[in-house]
Design a protein around this ligand. Sequence first.
Ligand code: HEM
Length: 406
Amino acid sequence: MIAGADIDLMSESFFANPFPILERLRTWQPVYFFDPFQCFILTRGADIEAFTKSPCFSSRRADALFGSLGMLGEDEATKKMVSVWSRLVFFQDPPRHTLLRQLVMKGFTPAAIEHFRPRLVSLVERTLEKGRRQGEMDVVADFAEPIALNTIAELFALPEADRPRFMDWSRDLLKPAGAGVGSDEARNAVRRSTNDMVDYLADLVEKRRAAPGDDLISQLIAGEQGHHQLAGEAVIQSFQMIGAGFVTSTNQLTNTVLALMRHPEQLRALRQNPGLLRGAIEEGLRHEPAVMSINRVCVEDTEIGGTRIPKGRLVYAMVAAANRDPSVFPEPERFDITRTPNRHMTFGVGAHYCPGASLIRLEIEEALRALLTLPRWELADKPYDYQGSNFSDRGPRSLHLRFARQ
Ligand code: HEM
């Protein structure tokens, strides 16, 4: 018998391997009411596609999200935090969304990303040096994190000495991305890190205004000028992009490496045919997404798949489940780096499609290309476990890899 009582979307085992539960939901109750967080969970590809296009669901959900996490309050620090998050492009509907989206997309044109490739290649090579010598490394701490951090830091020209602070802030910021901020300590960390990072960036934006460079902060400042509706957005949107780019990139690169380790025949095929690199990146994104869900708030009573969704409810669309929907992907559980087509939803769907997608693809491409020069990867004799505090972000805390020393 299929029961819902043992469906726990906040358990260690769910974070370690969410796919059996997501599959059970998709086949049993594809529009599922998750009582602990009073929200709906969608798991079918077609429902998620329709959901992202429906005017009944809004991205203006900062209050609903923070409310559901018990994070609204009248104190100054909380009000400041909520007002910052409410202004992010991520939390807008048109017409405000369209305007802000144009501003943030300026720095993410295909040409701008391609222009960054040589700097990225040397950053990856520098990062790999120690691991190459030692014959062992933690893919998270020694490789993925420094690459993710320094990529974003280079693009925004963040002062070298302050980069570790951005790493700490970014880790805190994503804690409310899903439904599971569990402790006061985590709630305080989000509040403190949002406000500290915004204060820091406000200062940096003023310095950059006085002495512009060819970095993304300077581009945001230039984009603001002449548009009174965009005043102050260089601070807010650089906060959004720096915050969005670190944990997600770290997790996606690590998830892809781990997927290749778990499917040695695919790793072998990739080593024999580097032309499969892009296929491996897409399959890593589909099979092991760093972002498991997107969410919206319902703004008009509606129905999905025959289930009534009342106005005011938060709805989480599990892209990780849609990516394994057998009506979209033949043999969805199979990790297959030659899979075509591969229209996964890891970067979202429609108007809010992730602006960082090309950057991440480039980052993983160059990182994997370099890693593949190291022969015979094997998992070192240390356990890895998944970090989990919400049902949005997913990636291992550490991943110790050993290879022949060079
Ligand atoms: C593997 C890494 C990443 C994944 C899986 C990912 C995933 C996503 C998803 C699913 C959305 C859509 C959210 C929605 O529909 O509500 C999104 C939006 C966004 N992402 Fe990413 N992201 C990644 C990396 C990045 C990076 C590196 C940046 C910036 C440098 C970035 C910046 C943004 C921004 C600004 C938005 C909001 C766009 C909008 O609302 O129009 N992301 N991301």
